[in-house]
Design a protein around this ligand. Sequence first.
Ligand code: GRF
Length: 202
Amino acid sequence: MLKTKIAVFVSGGGTNLQALIDAQQNGSLSSGEIALVVASNPQAYALTRAAEHGIPSAVVVRREFPSQTAYEETLKEVLAEYGIEMIVLAGFMSILSENFTSAYPKRIINIHPSLIPSFCGKGYYGLKVHEAALAYGVKVTGATVHFVNEIPDGGEILLQKAVEVKEGDTPEALQRRVMEEAEWILLPKATEQVARDLQKGK
Ligand code: GRF
């Protein structure tokens, strides 16, 4: 069976990328193959994870381009080079404009570490999301996988999973629990779903 060619966009530690790699190896991600990892900076440990599993990678740094358009044109060229059909944003921190997202309708998904529409949108990323959840005093948080459009965290929701906030949680402890109990489960599941649907649609 043909597999949907997937590019995973990363910026940091790559624990969500690792979850996708593990899913590919244990067969739960079977309708797609991770054909490329695109990093927004050369220091991303996610690049090490890709190299350890023989996955090609590209580093495309926004500030090295004169404009968002030039940056996105390079991204599109790299994706075309690898025949990429689907993009997974996994801890990716660079902006993608409508010019880019509209070129891949219902082919870009993102993992956000809260139950959208809570604690999402401009300025809500990484630890800040968990700091806001703790500051608000919510008893339950979680993670969301959604399609990506031009609105930050605004696309159609695919999957969500709730995670309990515990007494005395620090932002770091809560982030870790949300990753372990939600992100690393949801992202491979959603990736398989979309990759499979794209195969069916051919
Ligand atoms: C984490 O805050 C995660 O919740 C979000 O992106 C950040 C880095 O994740 N999705 P990763 O370890 O690089 O996948």
